[in-house]
Design a protein around this ligand. Sequence first.
Ligand SMILES: [Zn+2]
Length: 318
Amino acid sequence: MKGRGPLSRIEWALGVDIGGTNVKTGFVNRDGMLVGFRSFPTPRTGSGALDVPGLADEIAAQLREAPGQGTLAGIGVGVPGLLNEERTEVRYAVNLGLSDVPLAALLQKRWNVPVTLDSDVVMGALGESRRGAAAEFDRFLYVAIGTGVGACLIEPEGVYRNPMGGPLNIGHMAVYPEGVDCACGNRGCLERYVSGLGLTERYEAAAGGSANPDGGSRVSVERICALADQGDALARKLLTEAGRALGTVCANLFQLFGECPIVVGGGLSRIRSLLLESAVRELAQRGRAVLTAPPVVLPAALPDRAGVMGAAEAVFSK
Ligand SMILES: [Zn+2]
């Protein structure tokens, strides 16, 4: 990637989206062209934590296949977890088994290019912001539903950040005061109702031994949605409850930040189900005091690639 002539002025960024199951990578130029998109299983050590040298090896392999022309502006990395205020270290990422890991420095010392670290939710929001479902909006709320659930408010000035530098950590907002116990020590947290893991665990707990008629180890959210479509009362109840919880939190966010369009992304964003219908209905009811028009809730346009696109965007906008 060290071409000569006019094409060498093309700048590329490598976007890396680390998920609990898969890592996605790809090169993106300043015009938003994505090439060399890859998805591979998240490398893990024997203890189950993210294998950082293994990840670096995968990145090195990708860099060897870099577009022939142009220069590498940097590497952007989205992480599902809490970062330090400077966004150089992973303070805590439960799905990656990481705590206090200087990930930016570990990657940066291997390649002499800037490494930009941020929450995977922020990266997803940035991806949808410039090239995806929110391209027409200068202000919107991005909600990512996957293994967990998170949100990010994009304002005309950029990403809204909490005092610790992170996005809106809605996953552990209590929505049902006497609700389900959560690993965080609280109860009734949004994540226990809306996330993939929360839905799976609640379905299995309620259905007992008959949880998975297919004989698989876990009941996937896709399966729960299919069961709901077939009229399964438990699946319908859980998805409706999840939607109400999500709609309630969005209405609360509107009370704090004002109304804005919502883009729903993340690994489960493709689910067209009772969950989103129920969320929109709840938001319309609970948000009446602040809504001036029916709420706009859109599915992500780049559900697989928003994290990679946004990670590259973060490099260019730094
Ligand atoms: Zn919690």
